[in-house]
Design a protein around this ligand. Structure first.
Ligand code: SAM
Length: 209
């Protein structure tokens, strides 16, 4: 679990599910494996449009809001298989990103094959020239050097807003907001898309807490 005070410092941000190194998030989250699997054709399409030959021999892929990394491992394996099939000497860097309180220990256990996920072979075991790094900077701030990521993705993290515009009295999730409350969420979304990435990281979900 996160160190005392760390979650408050992040503004009631998402707290990792299960203790450090337990891999409980992936073990208990079949739905998120399916979401990512559904997105596979879209991501493979995006990969096929990358001008790999201009990347000086290394493709950098980022997974933002990755949790313990288990749920995106099958997709990342497929992406790396595709890159290596077409460009065997190209190296790949997978850059995982999440909040400082994230269970990065489980992530490295999974990726290095020290902890198993059923029916998923760790991609590091089947290819050389693949490197794994992690950023514990929340995705409302710049997480990686400018122009360093070639392909970025993020799954099931869109409900973690930078701040809560108001309490929701008609439910818990922003999709359940109505009237003025819904308008407050819509207004914030508009402001965010106009302001680009400059922001704070209050990590609010919604609801009344
Ligand atoms: C529901 S989990 C999804 C995990 C994984 N992407 C998946 O699809 O299985 C949401 C993740 O978003 C992360 N998250 C929430 N707010 C974040 C922020 N501001 N910056 C980075 N990650 C954030 C949480 O820590 C959590 O790991």
């Amino acid at each position: 679990m996160a160190a005392n005070g760390a979650n408050e410092a992040l503004g009631k941000a998402h707290v990792p599910y299960g203790s450090d190194g337990s891999g409980l998030y992936s073990a208990a989250t079949l739905g998120c494996f399916r979401v990512i699997q559904e997105a596979k054709p879209m991501i493979l399409d995006a990969l096929s449009e990358l001008p790999l030959k201009f990347y000086q021999g290394c493709v950098r892929i980022a997974d933002y809001g990755t949790a313990d990394g288990g749920t995106s491992m099958p997709l990342l394996g497929d992406l790396i298989d595709t890159i290596k099939r077409n460009h065997p000497s190209t190296e790949v860097e997978v850059s995982y990103e999440d909040q400082p309180t994230n269970d990065f220990k489980s992530l490295f256990f999974f990726v290095q094959g020290l902890k198993a996920i059923e029916n998923v072979e760790p991609y590091l075991k089947r290819h050389s020239g693949v490197f794994v790094t992690a950023s514990g900077t929340g995705f409302y701030e710049q997480c990686f050097p400018s122009n360093s990521i070639h392909l970025g993705m993020s799954f099931t993290a869109m409900h973690w807003l930078r701040r809560k515009p108001c309490n929701i009295t008609t439910g818990l999730h922003m999709t359940q907001a109505e009237g003025n409350e819904l308008a407050a969420f819509a207004k914030q979304a508009e402001e965010v898309s106009e302001a680009g990435h400059a922001c704070t990281n209050e990590g609010a979900l919604s609801g009344s807490s």
